[in-house]
Design a protein around this ligand. Structure first.
Ligand code: FMN
Length: 351
């Protein structure tokens, strides 16, 4: 059972959605780092449920740091952050009736029924709160090196806004900083996206979140197993609800010819840049100095209050389930700070 990721910036998660607490232990924070707790709080707040379209669970996400920090300065030892669960309702879950779209059935078989099934246990989206904490620390270390991570909701269901690839990122930087403070981080289509989510209720919808990293030095990444793509993909797919990942043009690159797909290096004065960015800032697994651009496909929230087929494991028969409880109507609305966090963790680990 692996709850640990990373080589130099190593994160271990613990806890379950409906247990006493969740949290993380981070190894690899440079001693002497003065943590900016305001910035951590901003990131935690971005992930928290906000507005009427996200879950009504009160995920306050207040945290305690129980080791690794002395007088707000990191002491070089593992930092452990504990986030209490304060609003768990246990009656919403039944161990013997797996919810469609969730890990319930597979986990029941794998752990012989001993896993904490309440609220999805350690498969829950709630586990992303400590990830956001760990990512917020990583972001602070990266920003000192001039590396910044941005994201936005690129699409909801079949409605799409402009991609980072279509925009001049330098001119939209201020806007990107600004949308980090929005409950719904989109560049232009917030109202349309919200309407789509409402129109589809009580069913749920999915979407695509786009992430961009600026300032990664040329050559960062390793060939093969620790390439930027493999490192980030592993982290992306570790987030509950992520069903697809692409870098640069992704699957669309197959529609281009080689000469069009190639990003050609070019001198502007003494600096080398590329004339296009079909590869999303990565060649051979290494950063080439262009913005790193990637996208993740976020599934529609599995818990919907619509009757669906399932099984009763105790009785050994088919049955039906309508999932009640307090659920996000679209996970895509909450995913941006999570994706930024795991991206920051991955890039920092490779530096
Ligand atoms: C931030 C966040 C919030 C989530 N909220 C919910 C939710 O309220 N209801 C739900 O059914 N799934 C929610 N999920 C998704 C499930 O945890 C996830 O789909 C499920 O564990 C199965 O994992 P899989 O989709 O990766 O296969 C959320 C995921 C994230 C990242």
């Amino acid at each position: 059972m692996s709850f640990t990721t990373g080589n130099k910036y190593k994160i271990t998660l613990f806890g379950t959605s409906h247990g006493d607490c969740i949290g993380c232990t981070i190894e690899g924070i440079p001693e002497g780092l003065e943590i900016d707790f305001e910035k951590i709080d901003t990131e935690m707040k971005r992930r928290k449920p906000q507005g009427t379209l996200t879950t009504k669970r009160k995920e306050t996400d207040n945290y305690d740091i129980i080791s690794g920090v002395l007088d707000e300065i990191c002491d070089g030892s593992p930092l452990t952050c504990v986030i209490p669960n304060t609003d768990a309702i246990f009656s919403d879950y039944n161990k013997d009736i797996p919810r469609p779209g969730h890990a319930d059935y597979a986990a029941n078989i794998k752990y012989n029924g001993y896993n904490d099934y309440r609220g999805g246990g350690f498969f829950s989206g709630r586990m992303t709160a400590p990830l956001v904490f760990a990512g917020a620390v990583a972001k602070q270390i990266l920003e000192k090196k001039g590396i910044y991570v941005y994201s936005h909701i690129l699409s909801v269901k079949d409605s799409k806004e402009a991609s980072f690839s279509d925009l001049d990122c330098n001119t939209i930087i201020n806007r990107l900083r600004e949308i980090k403070t929005y409950p719904f981080p989109c560049l232009e289509k917030e109202k349309e996206f919200i309407n789509i989510i409402k129109e589809n209720s009580p069913d749920s919808v999915g979407g695509v979140c786009e992430i961009m990293v600026l300032g990664v030095p040329v050559g960062v990444g390793e060939p093969f197993f620790d390439s930027i793509e493999s490192t980030l993909s592993k982290l992306f797919f570790s987030v509950p609800g992520i069903k697809g990942v692409e870098f640069g043009d992704g699957f669309k690159i197959t529609e281009l010819t080689g000469s069009v797909a190639n990003d050609c290096p070019h001198y502007i004065k003494d600096e080398i840049t590329f004339l296009s960015n079909h590869s999303g800032g990565i060649n051979g697994g290494l950063a080439n100095g262009m913005p790193i651009i990637c996208r993740v496909a976020v599934r529609p929230t599995p818990s919907v209050s619509i009757e669906q087929e399932t099984v009763d494991l105790e009785k050994g028969e088919n049955t039906k389930i309508t999932v009640h409880g307090r659920h996000d109507r679209a996970i895509i609305l909450r995913i941006a700070p999570v994706m930024e966090a795991v991206t920051a963790m991955g890039i920092l680990d490779l530096l």
